[in-house]
Design a protein around this ligand. Structure first.
Ligand code: C2O
Ligand code: CU
Ligand code: CU
Length: 488
């Protein structure tokens, strides 16, 4: 083990030892299968347009045997679900009582620069007033802190929540509502022998992979179950993990329908039986539990998936160093749905067209920008060879321009790339993977696997000023994999 550490420190070719490593790492399912014992909590909702979000420290019991020395919004982990109507103007007072610099970012919302939670706007204590209009598509967005270098820690310790925008047009689709609509925030945490949630991203291997946990939380609790009727449910899923990617699927090959993603409903629904979700991404799904035959329960799982170029090896390395967290790409269970066969909610007739979208066209692009993603032992995680600096402007885009950004992953770990102030359309991805169902809609975060080049197209219509774009692996982001984007 010491030998291994040393070779990392010296920057020896880690790829060369990968066959040896993968052969000695055997993945064991550390997420207790068949032991779903905690009732799934559903965060409370905020429906007013004027409200406060107060962040404060708290010792939180996530379950009987797991505690978190954490932070909470308005006394809850996850934070309350903010549910608003398209077109309304919100007025939010953020009160920072956690004893660290912080600022809130509204992930996926297109708001003026001073409302966007740029890391330069952090406050150490006191309040920050937000006021902005929700002039964008209905959809599943979210909020979380955005201070430079400590975003990972603050999200990990509990600061994150849903921000849902809806309108009459969407309601007219008669998608499942009320108790048939479940927001599910998925996160992984590392729990020590004393049952305490711990965060220590400083080990070099964790800097590379990001911080991978051994315990999956859904809506803040480990090993959750939820009782459902034998009918159709709408699951609004957010991968709010710092670094872990999930390949979501149900047991018994239960298919499901993807209806939406980061920027709202897809043009058309797509049926599938697995869906890759990277940190920051959202998926809006319909699942019909009456299709589960001869069983009264079904688990939501993450199926094993391939991380090209050695990302899995990095996870394996974490295992070598005494962590029992599943490697990136390993399989495990997340939660269990218990089906009450006696009752049945009505089934859902989906229209052929779910939503209207006019995506920007390649022919209308003013320019194309290469965005090179790399990781070197000496420089850490970089974008176009540089690490984040608060005052340096990295990309200047004229307001109203349409641009193609080419995310080129030259490293051997995955990078979910997120751009503030826009929703984009994924044009294509090099290699065999192609586009997945969520990538047929509006996106603000896209997974770029090692060796891949992913091209996205977007129109910069937000207000002029300074925003950021970054990798949404929060350890990568905190380690400098972020850049300033100025709309001029
Ligand atoms: Cu969800 Cu800039 O982040
Ligand atoms: Cu964002
Ligand atoms: Cu990254």
């Amino acid at each position: 083990r010491r030998q291994f550490l040393k070779s990392v420190g010296l920057g020896t070719g880690v790829l060369a030892i990968s066959p040896w490593l993968t052969s000695c790492v055997s993945f064991t399912d550390s997420v207790s299968v068949g032991k779903f014992i905690n009732k799934l909590p559903l965060p409370g909702e905020i429906n007013n347009t004027s409200f406060e979000l107060t962040a404060s420290p708290a010792d939180i019991e996530l379950s009987d045997d797991i505690t978190l020395a954490g932070f909470q919004f308005n006394g809850s982990v996850p934070g309350p679900t903010i549910r608003q109507t398209k077109g309304s103007e919100v007025d939010i007072q953020f009160n920072n009582g956690i004893g660290q610099d912080s600022i809130i970012h509204w992930h996926g919302l297109i708001v003026p620069p001073e409302m966007d939670g740029h890391p330069k706007d952090v406050i150490a204590i006191g309040s920050y007033d937000y006021r902005f209009s929700l002039n964008q598509r209905t959809g599943t967005y979210w909020y979380h802190p955005h201070p430079h270098r400590i975003t990972g820690e603050q999200v990990y310790r509990g600061l994150a929540g849903f921000f849902i925008i809806e309108d009459e047009e969407e309601k007219a689709l008669n998608l499942p509502r009320g108790k048939y609509e479940l927001p599910l925030l998925i996160q992984d945490r590392k729990v020590n022998d004393n049952g305490q949630v711990v965060y220590d991203p400083s080990m070099p291997e964790r800097m590379m992979t990001g911080f991978l946990g051994d315990t999956i939380l859904v809506n803040g609790v480990p090993a959750p179950f939820h009782e459902v009727e034998a009918g159709t449910y709408r699951l609004r899923i957010l991968n709010g993990s710092n670094a872990r990617i999930y390949n979501l699927a149900f047991e018994h090959d239960l298919p499901f329908t993807v209806i939406g993603t980061d920027g709202g409903l897809l043009p058309e629904a797509i049926e599938t039986d697995e869906l890759l979700m990277a940190p920051g991404e959202r998926a809006d799904l319909l699942v019909d539990f009456s299709k589960v035959k001869n069983q009264n329960r079904v688990q939501l799982v993450s199926k094993p998936f391939d991380v090209p170029g050695g990302g899995g090896m990095m996870g394996g390395m974490q295992n070598m160093m005494g962590s029992d967290a599943p490697e990136q790409g390993g399989g495990f269970s997340l939660m269990e749905f218990r089906i009450d066969g006696a009752s049945s909610s009505k089934s859902v007739d989906l229209p052929n067209k779910l939503s209207e979208s006019t995506f920007p066209k390649e022919a209308d692009a003013n320019r194309s920008r290469p965005i090179r993603l790399a990781m070197e032992m000496m420089t850490g995680h970089t974008i176009n060879g540089r690490q984040f600096e608060m005052e340096r402007v990295d990309e200047r885009v004229p307001q109203g321009d349409t641009e193609i950004w080419e995310f080129i992953n030259n490293s051997n770990v995955p990078h979910p790339m997120h751009v503030h102030a826009v929703q984009f359309k994924v044009l294509d991805r090099s290699g065999a993977r192609g586009l997945i169902p969520t990538e047929t809609g509006w996106k603000d975060t896209v997974l770029v696997m090692p060796g891949e080049t992913v091209r996205v197209i977007m129109k910069f219509d937000a207000e002029k000023g300074m925003y950021v774009f970054h990798c949404h692996n929060l350890e990568h982001e905190d380690n400098g994999m972020m850049a300033n984007l100025e709309i001029i």
